[in-house]
Design a protein around this ligand. Structure first.
Ligand SMILES: C[S@@+](CC[C@H](N)C(=O)[O-])C[C@H]1O[C@@H](n2cnc3c(N)ncnc32)[C@H](O)[C@@H]1O
Ligand SMILES: Nc1nc2[nH]cc(C(=O)O)c2c(=O)[nH]1
Ligand code: SF4
Ligand SMILES: [Mg+2]
Length: 216
């Protein structure tokens, strides 16, 4: 077997602040490095640095918290090929695993037990050109789609994508999430109601509880 280590920025235990398992105690494994540069990124500290850790080391740290839920995030976790091994090992260990990923990397090889939370990058993210549209037909009902909305134009764009790609038929949860500090969350909520959309609004719970800082 070759090198199975991963570059890790942090591993911490907190309340899941996003998506379908929001509110549940969760261990976060944040992988270092990302090929994208979304203008709003709240995890820039994960672009560089980190520490190489073996799969065993990572699993030991995770197990120490005695969690049920694990969220693998970054940076862009799928930019490290060994991420696939980590996801498989976490599933084998019996954890409920979710993966936060930009829509920019192939999701095909991710273990089928994982809930893949695919962020479709909007025009105002600055990275709309990186969306890998081939991922869309691969989505399963337990996967999730997220749009981080920065302004009204992003909202209109996302609304059209939901329709065009029939996203509500593909996955149980399509999330519209306000870009933190860039748009009034209430405006986004009002637009969803006015347009009678079947998407789900979310706020990043951890930022309301602890502010925008690493480790929470
Ligand atoms: C930091 S990223 C890591 C995973 C992956 N690189 C991605 O973009 O999905 C995790 C999630 O946080 C979201 N996010 C980052 N900065 C944000 C912000 N300022 N407001 C709202 N969501 C944000 C991202 O869009 C993504 O859905
Ligand atoms: N509490 C908490 N929940 C989260 N859900 C997704 C996160 C991320 O950074 O990907 C995150 C995070 O950083 N903290
Ligand atoms: S893809 Fe994710 S980690 Fe990378 S810059 Fe965008 S939000 Fe940040
Ligand atoms: Mg975060």
């Amino acid at each position: 077997m070759g090198d199975t280590s991963l570059r890790i920025t942090e591993i911490f235990y907190s309340l899941q602040g996003e998506a379908a398992t929001a509110g549940l105690a969760t261990v976060f494994v944040r992988l270092t490095g990302c090929p994208l540069r979304c203008q709003y990124c709240d995890s820039e500290y994960a672009f560089f640095g980190g520490e190489k850790q073996s799969l065993e080391q990572i699993l030991d740290t995770v197990t120490g918290y005695k969690p049920r839920h694990i969220c693998v995030t970054g940076g862009e976790p799928l930019a490290q090929p060994n991420c696939l091994l980590l996801l498989e090992a976490l599933c084998d260990a019996g954890y409920e695993v979710s993966l936060e990923t930009s829509g920019a990397m192939p999701i095909e090889q991710v273990d089928a037990r994982v809930s893949r939370v695919v962020d479709i990058k909007t025009p105002a993210s600055g990275e709309v050109g990186r969306n890998l549209w081939d991922n869309i037909p691969l989505l399963q009902p337990q996967d999730q789609i997220k749009f981080v909305i920065c302004n009204r134009d992003d909202y209109e764009w996302a609304r059209l994508k939901v329709e065009e790609l029939r996203l509500l038929e593909r996955v149980e949860n399509v999330w519209f999430s306000p870009s933190f500090g860039q748009i009034e969350a209430r405006d986004l909520a009002d637009w969803i109601v006015e347009d009678n959309l079947a998407v789900r609004f979310q706020l990043q719970l951890h930022k309301l509880l602890w502010g925008d800082q690493p480790g929470y």
